[in-house]
Design a protein around this ligand. Sequence first.
Ligand SMILES: [Zn+2]
Length: 88
Amino acid sequence: MLNCRDFAEQADALIDEELGPWQAMRLRLHLSACKGCARFFEQLRLTRRLSEAATAPGTDGDDGETARIDALLAAARGGVGGGAGGDG
Ligand SMILES: [Zn+2]
């Protein structure tokens, strides 16, 4: 039976499904027997999902970046005259 340290080291691989069936089964056995690791694993999975969502290419929602790019394009075309150029 692997211990908590072993589990923690291989938890990432388990999420990525990079382990063989026997290794994965051993980890899952530990998960079912160890509440600490079960909680740890849930947190890890949540964190991974959040980071994946954060790094995924923007699809919908926030359009602040688009507005900035539009403004830059308008300025580049010479449509904007004057201004002290106080950008931050
Ligand atoms: Zn454990």
